[in-house]
Design a protein around this ligand. Structure first.
Ligand code: NAI
Ligand SMILES: O=C(O)C1=N[C@H](C(=O)O)C[C@H](O)C1
Length: 266
């Protein structure tokens, strides 16, 4: 396989560190740079706790892209920053692989149009773990038979966005096969605000945040005298890395925006 030149945004984050390790351990991946809001001018190897990689750190993404001309940006930052980074990457002809969550439907539409205009690939994946992709696909299958569904997503307490990108994507996939429905008692009232969670097309989503957790989701399907539950747990962030690797390899061969890894996994 030919060499893929990569820039990682968010290199000091929980996912960014893991992504640096993936790039370091993959023969045909080369880290040419990193984007951070601190440490501009330093090398990745100079930052405590980061792998021994010679690549320079930039605080200015445009300077980074013009000077290094990477093939791929891996973005693992925050919703606001990730959206801007993805747009700039597309403007510079750098293919974005985006794990950052919290994008709106409008963001996705705008970025998709831009990718099409520029004729380059982009992948935005709310979850890179294969087990999570299967959990979403199985949930979509089950929703044909069970229309009453509640999603419970559980994450570490440093997470910025709620609900998680995975929960939002799960609800979206389910709503492609399930007719819109208001669940629960028609006259139910929340005695405490938020007790019934968020709703997407009538599907209730509950977000749990606790120290000690990584990333977990359970989708509950209620039926007459029965309940089906489909659960996925990520116990570490290495669980996401085979999906990141697949996305980086795939993005070199596509020329449109793909939202969700389920669209590239056979
Ligand atoms: N798609 C997937 O499979 C997964 C996605 N995520 C998502 O990835 C994102 C990052 O998650 P974590 O690593 O846990 O968060 P984190 O908070 O540990 O890392 C985010 C990093 O972004 C950096 N950052 C902030 N502003 C920046 C800027 N302007 N330029 C460059 N870097 C900047 C921060 O310094 C921080 O190091 C979140 O949106 C999360 O939801 C997390 C796990 C899996
Ligand atoms: O912030 C996290 O940790 C995770 N974020 C993604 C999401 O919002 O779904 C993926 C995974 O759940 C971990």
């Amino acid at each position: 396989m030919s060499e893929i030149k990569i820039v990682v945004a968010g290199p000091r984050g929980r996912m960014g560190r893991e992504a640096l390790q993936l790039v370091k351990n993959t023969e045909h991946f080369t880290l040419v740079g990193a984007i951070d809001h601190k440490y501009g001018g330093k090398k990745v190897s100079e930052i405590e706790g980061l792998p021994n990689l010679d690549a320079p750190i930039y605080t200015d993404i445009e300077a980074c892209f013009s000077e290094l001309q990477p093939d791929v940006l891996i973005d693992l930052t925050t919703p606001e920053v990730g959206r801007v980074h993805t747009e700039i990457a597309l403007q510079y002809g750098v293919r974005p692989v985006v794990g950052t969550t919290g994008f709106s439907k409008e963001d996705l539409e705008t970025l998709s149009k831009l990718a099409e205009e520029k004729g380059i690939g982009a992948i935005i994946a709310p979850n890179f773990a294969i087990g999570a992709i299967l959990m979403m696909k199985f949930s979509q299958m089950a929703a044909k038979y069970f229309q009453d569904i509640e999603i419970i997503e559980l994450h570490h307490d440093k997470k910025l966005d709620a609900p998680s990108g995975t929960a939002a994507k799960t609800a979206e996939l389910i709503s492609t096969v399930r007719e819109s429905k208001k669940q629960g008692h028609p006259e139910e009232k929340e005695i405490m605000q938020g007790a019934r969670g968020a709703t997407y097309d009538g599907i209730h989503i509950h977000s749990v945040r606790l120290p000690g957790l990584i990333a977990h989701q359970e989708v509950l399907f209620g039926g007459n005298g029965q309940m089906l539950s489909i659960r996925h747990d990520s116990f570490n962030r290495e669980s996401f890395m085979s999906g990141v690797k697949l996305a980086v390899e795939t993005i070199m061969k596509i020329d449109l925006l793909v939202y969700g890894l389920e669209n590239i996994i056979e």
